[in-house]
Design a protein around this ligand. Structure first.
Ligand code: NAD
Length: 356
């Protein structure tokens, strides 16, 4: 079979180094000749942000950060940025902090320096998301791609083990979903495989010793590859499901991804032999599901959506919204019936292997 594909690589400067965030930030602020800097950090990230930004002039500190970027928080932050002539936004935090920075960049084109403190990966994508009236709208726009990402794994040390596991598996979901997403191509697949390898090597180290910098480094590195493969491949079935569960039912992002992933893998893998083989090879196991489930058991992964407030009553509404937002193509035909079965299994934490 001949190869035919198109691939877009996003332009971004990536700086990686433990305990280098402050130095990297000073250099980037100078390089961008920024005069009016706005730092976005949630309350829990404010202390780290103040340490990192200790040697730069910050015009605005902004901490009204909420998961899934409610529209009112975007409107407020945009007005603050414009009123203060902000010329660079620095986000310190997880996907929620960079999500708010992206919401500002979407309407103002102000460049972002993203300093992630989770493994969500939003810092390396051109995807934005805003939630209004219980509907999360996502879009793709290169204006929101952070100009620079500063990866400093020492900033993820304080992320509790449970959240680290969920967030790392959110990264894993980017990798696996990118293998069958609408713009899947061999370049994404290469990066996804490296992401799967690094995340599955690093997560058990974090669980064994949360202060082990090598585990943190590996997972942060894997999270970057995960995000880049996802950004290029686009949203597959897994992301479509999780965005609805997050936006409409306000389920926590990372835990939702971590819970739903084995069900989408079990659902799609028999119909996607290349993705199955590549994933299994990256895990070093006979099958992709075996590799994922082995890792999930090792790290004590989230088990069921009912633990996060989702209920059986929500399934028909979730199914009908997901069916409206399906990816352009998916290896397996998706019907109301099989999607309902998938969500019921994820709700109750049933064995994903029973989906087929
Ligand atoms: P988050 O940013 O909301 O962080 C989760 C919690 O952990 C918060 O309470 C936060 O304050 C805390 N936290 C973050 N870093 C910490 C640290 N180092 N130590 C201690 N506590 C810390 O959650 P998230 O999972 O990183 O991001 C979720 C959001 O990002 C969702 O809205 C999701 O849609 C979005 N997202 C977007 C993309 C994209 O490409 N656009 C990709 C992934 C996630």
């Amino acid at each position: 079979m001949s190869l035919k594909f198109s691939h877009e690589t996003l332009g971004q400067r990536v700086l990686f180094g433990t305990k280098q965030a402050s130095q990297y930030l000073i250099a980037e602020i100078m390089r961008l000749e920024a005069q009016n800097v706005m730092v976005i950090a949630s309350n829990s990230g404010l202390f780290s942000a103040q340490e990192i930004a200790a040697d730069i002039d910050v015009k605005v500190w902004h901490s009204n950060v909420k998961m899934h970027v409610p529209m009112e928080t975007a409107i407020e932050a945009r007005a603050i940025a414009v009123d203060n002539d902000i010329d660079v936004i620095v986000s310190v935090g997880g996907g929620s902090a960079v999500g708010l920075a992206k919401a500002i960049a979407l309407t103002t084109s102000i460049p972002i320096i993203a300093i992630p403190t989770t493994y969500a990966g939003s810092e390396a994508t051109n995807v934005w998301g805003i939630t209004e009236s219980a509907r999360k709208t996502t879009g793709v726009d290169n204006k929101v791609v952070p100009t620079t990402v500063i990866y400093d794994s020492s900033l993820t040390m304080s992320l509790p083990v449970e959240m680290s596991v969920a967030s790392g598996l959110n990264g894993m979901a980017h990798c696996i979903d990118s293998l069958w997403a609408p713009h899947a191509d061999p370049i994404n697949a290469l990066m996804a495989a490296e992401g799967i390898r690094a995340l599955s090597a690093g997560l058990p180290k974090i669980v064994a010793d949360p202060q082990d910098i090598s585990g943190r480094d590996e997972v942060l590195y894997g999270a970057y590859f995960a995000a880049v493969s996802f950004a290029s491949a686009g949203s597959g079935l897994h992301h479509k499901i999780c965005h609805v569960l997050g936006g409409t039912f306000n389920l926590p992002h990372a835990q939702t991804h971590a819970t739903v992933l084995p069900y989408v893998l079990a659902f799609n893998a028999p119909f996607a032999p290349d993705a199955e083989q590549r994933t299994a090879a990256a895990f070093g196991t006979d099958t992709a599901l075996e590799g994922l489930q082995k890792l999930r058991a090792q790290v004590g992964a989230p088990q069921r959506l009912s633990d996060y407030g989702f209920t059986e009553e929500g399934i028909p509404e979730a199914v009908s919204i997901i069916l409206e937002k399906l990816p352009a193509h998916n290896p397996r035909e998706i019907t109301e019936e099989n999607l309902t079965a998938l969500l019921v299994a994820a709700l109750n934490g049933n064995d994903p292997a029973t989906l087929n």
